[in-house]
Write a protein that binds this ligand. Structure first.
Ligand SMILES: [Zn+2]
Length: 189
């Protein structure tokens, strides 16, 4: 079998396993039963090992349209919030004034929150200009997923590789590798 001769390109040993199989085998599902204070309790277990979680299949990226929508939502939300706060605090019976008429701390916390929302929205709108559009997102995701399906994991080196490429990628750089940002971009750091 071809799989039995498969070795890690870094250490040359065969302690390797298909990534998709590790992830599939890492999901723990079942029921646990035990006794607490003489009462029998049972609970559902639905978890995943840390290794399985970190090696799981890539998720898609945010598209330009999605980021724009979120950015606009944040900007409008932050703007409306500030307008409402200013409108409210100028009223003599405002919630934000204590009995002596002083503005209370909650008002300033909400002002900061509104400003943060506004700034986040603007930053997101700016970042969206560089974000891929929906069809690019789909293509990139399909590529990343098909690469992920070919990945093997080396238990000794804690890295992943595609057989025949002679390149071991550290586990934490897997996502970058799947999205084609390795080794060019990361190797420079
Ligand atoms: Zn290795």
């Amino acid at each position: 079998m071809e799989v039995s001769q498969l070795v890690c390109p870094n250490c040359g040993r065969d302690q390797v396993q298909k990534v998709s199989a590790i992830v599939a085998g890492s999901v723990v599902k079942g029921k646990a039963k035990g006794e607490v204070n003489a009462r029998t309790i049972s609970m559902d277990i639905d978890g995943q090992t840390e290794l399985g979680r970190s090696l799981s299949a890539p998720t898609g990226e945010l598209s330009r349209g999605c980021m724009e929508a979120m950015g606009i939502l944040f900007v409008v939300g932050g703007f409306l919030m500030l307008i409402w706060l200013i409108g409210n605090v100028t009223q003599p019976d405002s919630w934000f004034r204590d009995f002596s008429g002083d503005i209370c701390g909650v008002f300033w916390i909400l002002v900061v929150f509104g400003v943060v929302l506004l700034v986040c929205g603007v930053l997101m709108l700016r970042a969206s200009e560089k974000a891929p559009n929906q069809s690019e997102v789909n293509t990139r995701y399909q590529n990343a997923l098909s690469k992920w399906n070919q990945l093997f994991y080396c238990h000794i080196c804690d890295g992943v590789f595609i057989p025949g490429q002679g390149l071991l990628v550290p586990r934490e750089k897997m996502r970058d590798f799947l999205y084609d940002e390795w080794p060019d971009k990361i190797a420079k750091h």
